[in-house]
Design a protein around this ligand. Structure first.
Ligand SMILES: Cc1cc2nc3c(=O)[nH]c(=O)nc-3n(C[C@H](O)[C@H](O)[C@H](O)COP(=O)(O)OP(=O)(O)OC[C@H]3O[C@@H](n4cnc5c(N)ncnc54)[C@H](O)[C@@H]3O)c2cc1C
Length: 290
């Protein structure tokens, strides 16, 4: 199917993009990598009058260290993140996520900001930013605000972004030597969206888990932080008993809807599988101090 007719504009600066977005209002859509939006247009799921192309804005790209945070421009592509040495050392969870996202051609154009703003519940990066307790930076004509990742995803394909706002960056705490992370998912084929997955970050003292954030994707309308499983795993080493208790807690932490992959029971089973694998991967991983 062909996309509906629309006009196209490529602003030269973030200020110009924000002005255009305010002027055009709900008739406009931002175009980043286009990897999700253009498919939505082709399926007539969206019918904007104008696309505002933000993919070339220099203000939106790049990875920099600012104090004890890593600032990632929203327009940074998945591929660029996958190649970035600072991401590999200071935000290894995101480095782990990138190879799971689609295929190289899509990763070359798709952006982290587009993935977060699109808020597909089966996507990896939304779960990562919740696990990492990132702040998301939104700009409008009237100013800038920071939104905690845990408050950003408000439901199926919906976020806390207000009309007129552009997601410009995210700020992620630098991993410390006592931090561990893992991302594990089950997908039908390499590059497909996950049937079920988990992104987790933990802080260890020796072999004891003193804090852990397991965030599931593909198992709800938005990323799900599994509080019960986290509680079961905290306070000691990840023994077989603790892992069994954490898997049991998923029965109340998760309420997965059935989808084309299977029913809720199968999804819950997969959640337990990916959690157990992620804990094994995390405990075997080396310290990644930046
Ligand atoms: C075949 C295929 C397989 C895929 N598999 C996966 C997968 O396994 N895992 C995964 O996570 N993703 C997957 N994707 C999606 C891919 O990661 C996209 O790149 C991503 O979802 C959207 O990024 P984008 O930059 O292309 O955004 P676009 O498609 O340009 O935009 C998506 C939406 O976000 C809005 N938007 C974009 N940037 C901003 C911003 N800075 N501020 C505010 N709003 C913004 C747009 O207006 C639009 O509504 C797949 C895509 C395809 C086509």
């Amino acid at each position: 199917m062909k996309a509906p007719r629309f006009s196209y504009v490529r602003p030269a600066s973030l200020t110009e993009a924000l002005n255009l977005l305010a002027e055009k209002g709900p008739e406009a859509r931002l175009l980043a990598g286009g990897q999700s939006l253009l498919a939505a247009l082709a399926f007539r799921l969206s019918d904007p009058q104008v696309l505002i192309d933000i993919s070339k804005l220099p203000e939106l790209t790049g990875v920099t260290r600012v104090g004890d945070k890593i600032r990632i421009g929203a327009g940074t592509t998945h591929s660029a993140l996958g190649r970035d040495a600072l991401i590999a050392s200071a935000v290894p969870l995101i480095a782990q996520a990138i190879p799971h996202i689609a295929h190289p051609a899509i990763r070359n154009r798709g952006t982290i900001g587009g993935s977060l703003a699109y808020a597909d519940p089966a996507a990896e990066l939304p779960a990562c930013v919740v696990a990492l307790e990132a702040d998301l930076v939104a700009r409008s004509k009237t100013g800038e605000r920071r939104i905690k990742a845990a408050d950003f995803f408000t439901g199926l394909f919906s976020t806390a972004l207000e009309p007129g706002e552009i997601l410009t960056a995210l700020e992620v705490p630098v991993a410390s030597a006592s931090d561990r992370c893992a991302l594990v998912e089950v997908a039908r084929r390499s590059g497909d969206y996950a049937m079920a997955g988990v992104a987790l970050k933990a802080t260890l003292a020796g072999d004891r888990i003193i804090a852990i954030r397991p965030v599931f994707f593909g198992l709800g309308d938005a990323p799900v932080l599994a509080h019960g499983a986290a509680q079961a795993l905290t306070g000691g080493p990840p023994t077989g008993e603790r892992i069994a208790a954490a898997k049991a807690a998923l029965a109340t932490d998760l309420d997965p809807p059935g989808d084309q992959h299977g029913g809720p029971e199968m999804k819950r089973h997969l959640a337990g599988v990916v959690l157990e694998r992620a804990i094994a991967r995390m405990t075997n991983s080396e310290a990644r101090a930046a």
